[in-house]
Design a protein around this ligand. Structure first.
Ligand code: SF4
Length: 466
């Protein structure tokens, strides 16, 4: 069956479920775990579900459909899922809520086995490669009262033109590729998301153009490994070229109406010169680049299968800073991967001291069933992991404190996201370098980009003035 036909079939199921739900004023709730790719998948699920006649509620007590979009990167996500599904049993008994669980965790057999055994009241389980079929799964579940297991282990096709309900009116995520070929030894993603598949350039550019026409100003290009994007061979100005990530950045940069472009996550090993030049040349590409380090020790990087050394990483940073004015970097670091010695950890601290990252996302290593890291014998005791984490945190925080001072007195362009969670009288937004800025202003400013003067700095946010 062609991909277009498959999407059309799902649209027919959307109509069938909508018909069944007519006049019932049904509500759905959705819990999303994990990364921005999962958030983008949840926007697609929400798009389909809303077309089927459900309206969103944050209150699970009044939900007729409860959706979970799971992530399996961190261990505590499993406990969170089981806890939430347990809580739903009572609500299901009261109002017949349909419970559907999808996403990465459902590609792990030990998880689905546990769900079948301990939570038999779940109605639909679907994996990462069958998300587009949710309307059909829901239809069968309602119509035939069957339990649905819709999980396949082959790499899913890319389906275009599925409905989508975006969370924001000004910033949007656009997935450009799916899957990963890298098999870093700590990571479960290649096992649950399959091999790399890139969307066609014309489909991505069409989506971004439509977003621009609808008033969106900030676009984040998403993929597990964005800079190994492969758009295939295309004809450009009479020449056949291999269309890569750098081409995509330049083409998105040319789309009128878009003001900011971000991308996550690139891999240091694929950071080719053409990508660096595109970032330098494209005025809309934010000069905050996320460059996952994971460890500063060449020895650990080899064990982690990251395919670069400490020296290569530092050389890449040097080259990027030399070529891209005002570049700042953020990174991911895993502390306590199997076999990490005190010397290895010191190497990580050394890179952090040298690069002076704008932001560091720090993780304590947690074993993932099915990965090479889980099979390694020299696991680090939890106590040592936590002590190292605290030392890294202390260093990072002292750098952030120092770094934040450079913003005081500067004028920053801020995309206003909404009211501050901690103080409803204040608004909050983000600079191009992803710094949170809190300021006083009218709610009419939400979903606009404005200029603010930074007047003070705090550890996790800056204070601005219009
Ligand atoms: S590049 Fe490595 S860390 Fe990133 S998704 Fe692929 S395997 Fe996981």
């Amino acid at each position: 069956m062609s991909k277009v036909n498959e999407v059309e079939i799902q649209k027919q199921y959307i109509e069938k479920v909508k018909e069944m739900n007519k006049g019932k004023k049904l509500k759905y709730t959705i819990l999303t775990m994990g990364c921005q790719l999962n958030e983008n998948d949840s926007e697609k699920l929400s798009g389909m579900v809303e077309q089927m006649g459900y309206t969103k509620t944050e209150n699970a007590e009044e939900a007729d459909l409860a959706l979970f979009n799971t992530c399996c990167v961190r261990e505590n996500a499993e406990d969170k899922l089981f806890g939430k599904v347990g809580e739903l049993k009572r609500i299901k008994e009261k109002r017949g809520t349909i419970i559907a669980i999808g996403g990465c965790m459902m590609q792990e057999k030990h998880i689905t086995d546990k769900l079948h055994e301990s939570y038999p009241y779940i109605d639909i389980i679907f994996g990462t490669h069958t998300l587009h079929k949710f309307p059909e799964d829901l239809y069968i579940s309602i119509k035939e009262k069957n339990k649905i297991d819709d999980i396949i282990n082959i790499d899913g096709e890319i389906y275009e033109n599925l409905p989508i309900k975006r969370d924001s009116k000004i910033k949007a995520s656009v997935t450009i590729m799916y899957g990963c070929n890298n098999f870093c030894s700590y990571c479960i993603v290649p096992y649950v998301r399959g091999r790399e598949r890139s969307r066609k350039p014309e489909d991505i550019l069409k989506e971004v153009k439509e977003l621009a026409q609808n008033g969106y100003k900030e676009i984040t290009l998403l993929g597990q490994n964005v800079n190994s994007y492969d758009g295939g061979e295309i004809n450009k100005n009479g020449k056949t070229i291999k269309y890569k990530f750098a081409n995509l950045l330049r083409d998105v940069n040319n789309i009128e109406g878009i003001e900011r472009i971000r991308f996550v996550s690139p891999h240091p090993k694929d950071f080719t010169d053409d990508v660096i030049e595109a970032i330098r040349d494209c005025d809309k590409v934010c000069k905050l680049i996320h460059l996952p380090l994971q460890s500063g020790s060449t020895n650990m990087l080899k064990i982690m299968n990251r395919k670069y050394t400490k020296e290569q990483y530092l050389e890449l940073v040097r080259k990027m800073k030399e070529q891209i004015p005002n570049l700042v970097l953020s990174t991911d670091i895993i502390v306590g991967f199997a076999g990490e010695t005190e010397d290895d950890f010191e190497e990580t601290l050394d890179v952090v001291r040298k690069v002076k990252f704008e932001q560091v996302y720090m993780f304590i290593y947690s074993r993932r069933v099915g990965t090479l890291g889980d099979k390694m014998e020299n696991q680090i005791p939890e106590e040592i992991k936590h002590k190292r984490f605290d030392r890294l945190k202390e260093l990072v925080e002292s750098q952030i404190e120092e770094n934040n001072k450079k913003y005081i007195g500067t004028i920053q362009k801020v995309l206003v996201e909404g009211t501050s969670k901690n103080n409803p009288n204040m608004l909050t937004g983000r600079t191009g370098s992803n710094k949170v800025v809190v300021f006083e202003g009218s709610k009419d400013l939400v979903d606009t980009i404005i200029e603010l003067k930074i007047v003070s700095e705090h550890m996790w946010y800056l204070k601005g003035k219009i």
